[in-house]
Design a protein around this ligand. Structure first.
Ligand SMILES: CC(C)[C@H](C(=O)O)[C@@H](O)C(=O)O
Ligand code: SF4
Length: 459
């Protein structure tokens, strides 16, 4: 292609192995990441078909989804049959010769948290995982997206995947983000405004002053929920912050290869005048802390707003809320800090700083689950675990945990939970559990008050 190209065009063009019919192409896949919920099935099915992993050095696996997060964990889970996911993944990974970050490995953690920590995702690469939040890793200027198990199998056997070329979209966050407003609030605003299907069929580049101002962890939070916008993926052009984050990471290139890589990565930005199929713009200075009221991430409002008059009956009934109601002051039973959206060190730092010297509302169940074993160790070295514990939070081993009822553990049936996760679907966190998604700051403010609260009012 000649003429100005977008970052997406560059990522796509550099991976096309063959143009196929009707807008699809065979795309080279640089990295594949598996987890125990869907990974063992893909590996076993590959082996049963008599195939092998083409390049085991590019395939990684981790135990994060089913694994227990209670302190002192073993392979056992509360979920009947859960242990088999862990042991089968272990056996299948060994047989396939791929790298596994096992239950007690110091590098274990949620797949989308550990891949950047280890420098497995790199700018300009294609990375796939049988997990919808793989788009998180687009924060590094990679094309990273979620696939199904059979596609993982195909990619492992061939190093390629057939893909329909998505359309492109530029989402620009202009202006400065106000105090107390986080990247989570930015992405929730986009989804609330343009709908959970707003990005359908599109590869979305996030850009603008409020995006480049974010650190890498904030960029990951933003890209994480591109899938809740139905986008094929979300990504951000790499810059000096990206390079500084990756330098020295285990799988990142070293020495002269590093220099060469950075020189190439600097070309990975949309050219001026590059074409996009769609443009959206949001003024970041007008965003306020967001909380979801319903059962889709698009059912979200600013903390000072009222539930819209056209809100659907079903989500309102499920959530036991009314049109016109404000969320602020709604009593909660539990609070959760964790998940691939908001469980990195900076999230836990900000949350714990707000807890210092305070205790959560009596009777409230509150849980903090670090996104990786590394985040847990680093947080403990800073005394962050102590701040959580002294305030009344449980402090866990890393994993997906109660983001999706993992390992069979859930919140009490019917309880109302404020959560830093990305999905508020019916019964996502336990039978009839009512999930309100929000930023770590809003979760802390609410846990302290025992009711949904505005973090900007914390003193
Ligand atoms: C279990 C897994 C396949 C699933 C996903 O794809 O997203 C999970 O991570 C989720 O968040 O619901
Ligand atoms: S933390 Fe939650 S959203 Fe993220 S990968 Fe795990 S289950 Fe999925």
């Amino acid at each position: 292609m000649t003429g100005p190209r977008s970052l997406f065009d560059k990522l796509w063009d550099s991976h096309v192995v063959a143009d196929l019919s009707a807008g699809s192409a065979l795309i080279a896949i640089d990295r594949i990441f598996l987890h125990e919920r869907t990974g063992a099935a893909a590996l076993n099915s590959l082996a049963e078909a008599g195939r092998t992993v083409a390049d085991p050095a590019r395939v990684f696996a981790v135990t994060d989804h089913i694994v227990d997060t209670r302190p002192g964990r073993t392979d056992q889970t509360l979920m009947p049959g859960g242990q088999a996911f862990v042991t089968e993944t272990r056996a299948a990974a060994k047989a396939a010769g791929i790298t596994l970050f096992d239950v007690n490995d110091p590098d274990q953690g949620i797949v989308h948290v550990i891949s950047p920590e280890l420098g497995i995702v790199l700018p300009g690469c294609t990375l796939i995982a049988p997990d919808s939040h793989t788009c998180t890793q687009g924060a590094f200027g990679a094309l990273a997206w979620g696939i199904g198990s059979s596609e993982a199998e195909h990619a492992m056997a061939t190093g390629t995947l057939r893909l329909n070329k998505p359309k492109s979209m530029l989402v620009k966050f202009s202006g400065k983000r106000p105090e107390g407003v986080t990247p989570k609030d930015m992405i929730m605003t986009l989804i609330a405004r343009h709908g959970a299907a707003g990005g359908k069929g599109h590869a979305v580049e996030f850009a603008g002053e409020a995006v480049t101002a974010l650190d890498m962890e904030g960029r990951m939070t933003l890209c994480n929920m591109a899938t809740e916008f139905s986008a094929m993926s979300g990504f951000i052009a790499p810059d000096d912050k990206t390079f500084a984050y990756l330098e020295g990471r285990r799988y990142a290139p070293k020495n002269v290869l590093w220099e060469q890589a950075v020189a190439h990565w600097k070309t990975l930005a949309s050219d001026r005048d590059a074409d996009f199929d769609q443009h959206m713009e949001i003024d970041a200075s007008k965003i306020e802390p967001m909380v979801s009221w319903g059962t889709s991430p698009e059912h979200s409002i600013g903390i000072s707003d009222q539930i819209p008059g056209n809100a659907g009956q079903r989500p309102l009934e499920y959530m036991d809320l009314d049109k016109g109601q404000r969320l602020r002051g709604t009593p909660i039973d539990a609070a959760f800090i964790g998940s691939c959206t908001n469980s990195r060190l900076s999230d836990l730092r900000r949350a714990s700083a707000l807890l210092r010297g305070k205790t959560i509302a009596p009777g409230l169940k509150a849980i903090c689950v670090p996104g990786s074993s590394r985040v847990k160790r680093e947080a403990e070295a800073e005394g962050i675990d102590r701040l959580f514990r002294e305030a009344g939070f449980e402090w866990r081993e890393s994993g997906c945990s109660m983001c999706f009822y993992a390992g069979g553990e859930s919140f009490d049936a019917g309880s109302r939970v404020i959560s830093t996760t990305n999905r508020n679907f019916e019964s996502r966190q336990g039978p009839n559990v009512k999930t309100h998604i929000a930023s770590p700051e809003t979760v802390v403010a609410s846990a302290l008050a025992g009711a949904i609260a505005d973090p900007r009012e914390l003193t």
